[in-house]
Design a protein around this ligand. Structure first.
Ligand SMILES: NC(=O)c1ccc[n+]([C@@H]2O[C@H](COP(=O)([O-])OP(=O)(O)OC[C@H]3O[C@@H](n4cnc5c(N)ncnc54)[C@H](OP(=O)(O)O)[C@@H]3O)[C@@H](O)[C@H]2O)c1
Length: 345
């Protein structure tokens, strides 16, 4: 049986996912008994196509690379074109919807409604979009449970570097009493380079030129991106029902060269740390710049890398470090969730 996938959003992550699915098709079939078909892609920039018999993904990738609308594809069988996201979710025969549109941290829309529409129809949802995950995780997860499907969000924290699946699978049985993470590559890149004497402004400009930072860097430098991820971790791992505005958040814009030099003298390093601590009363969560001792694993996380340290009862501290963004990296996060569904359903 082939898993039928529909992609809502066909930008960096959607294309990255499709490249991996094509490259690893034989491996996935042989070692995971997993075969796939993409039955719909809907993208406001690149066009929308749907075929119940499956689409030629190689051809679609070729079109999009050449800035040609997906709707220019010639296909055998019935091909529907120009559907919006909701029509695509409703009319496609996909059993897994990959929600890969832009992140809106204020309202989570339209992605939240995409997820609800899919889940109501009994379709699994996999997403790297932080909006639905940070703002409405519990509700969407409960809806999925009622419908007998999954709402999986590995890619929302540290892209494909396993965090949520790590806790769910490999760390199962451990009690986690705290976690501390560097969860935003842009701010870590800025802090790393400020150590070699560059000004905050010039490093931010470089980060924008390299594509690490958005033209409007507010979500990164004010800590809001880390805040969304800490909210997700608190709700998914600790079973809380927190909203981002309930967690104190401070970014890195106030860090000066003097602060950096002072930390160096103390054998410490400034990092933007998202932290959750569980105590008898419940949990406390925060996002703020912290001076981390050079002996701590997080102090050696430099540039755009991300990392998280879990404090567990059975293993002590466990740190995982890896990519926090990227085409293949985040595409992989979607594949890992799809495989999690495949294994269990
Ligand atoms: N790229 C990464 O490394 C990374 C890492 C972790 C998480 N994420 C998250 O993953 C999601 C996808 O990221 P991305 O990098 O692939 O973004 P992207 O390159 O901007 O692609 C998103 C695509 O979705 C389309 N879109 C927006 N609204 C839509 C709608 N209502 N219906 C259909 N298509 C719509 C966009 O078209 P328009 O241009 O017309 O809006 C765009 O082509 C985002 O939420 C992002 O925050 C990304």
């Amino acid at each position: 049986m082939k898993r039928k996938l529909a992609l809502i959003g066909f930008g960096t992550v959607g294309q990255g996912l499709c490249e991996i699915l094509i490259d690893k098709k034989r491996y996935l079939k042989r070692f995971h008994d997993f075969d796939w078909e993409v039955v719909a892609i809907c993208d406001t920039l690149n066009g929308s196509v749907l075929s119940h018999e499956g689409l030629n993904v190689k051809k679609l990738l070729h079109l999009v690379k050449n800035n040609i609308s997906l709707e220019e594809i010639d296909a055998k069988g019935k091909l529907k074109k120009g559907l919006d996201a909701f029509q695509t979710i409703r009319e496609s025969n996909a059993d897994i919807i990959c929600e890969l549109t832009y992140t809106n941290l204020k309202t989570g829309q339209p992605a939240i409604d995409h997820c609800i529409t899919a889940l109501e129809l009994g379709k699994h949802v996999v997403t790297s979009n932080k909006g639905p995950a940070a703002l409405r995780y519990n509700e969407l997860n409960e809806l999925a449970r009622q419908k007998g499907v999954r709402f999986l969000i590995e890619g929302t924290v540290m892209s494909g570097t396993p965090v949520l699946n790590l806790v769910r699978n490999e760390l199962v049985g451990n009690k986690i009493s705290a976690m501390q993470g560097i969860l935003n590559g842009t701010t870590n890149f800025i802090l790393t380079n400020m150590e070699s004497g560059h000004s905050y402004k010039s490093i931010l400009k470089e980060a924008q030129e390299l594509g690490y930072a958005e033209a409007d860097p507010t979500a990164d430098v004010e800590g809001l991106d880390t805040l969304a991820k800490i909210t997700i971790l608190a709700n998914v791992i600790f079973g809380e029902n927190l909203k981002p505005d309930q967690i104190p958040c401070k970014g890195i814009t106030q860090i000066t060269h003097e602060d950096i030099k002072q930390a160096q003298q103390e054998k410490k390093r400034w990092k933007l740390i998202g932290e959750i601590i569980k105590n008898k009363k419940g949990i406390t969560a925060s996002v703020k710049p912290k001076k981390v001792d050079l002996s701590h694993p997080l102090a050696s996380v430099m540039g755009v890398a991300n990392a998280i340290t879990f404090t567990t009862d059975l293993l002590g501290d466990v740190t995982i470090m890896g990519a926090g963004a990227g085409r293949k990296e985040t595409g992989f996060s979607i594949l890992s969730d799809i495989l999690e569904i495949h294994k269990n359903f």
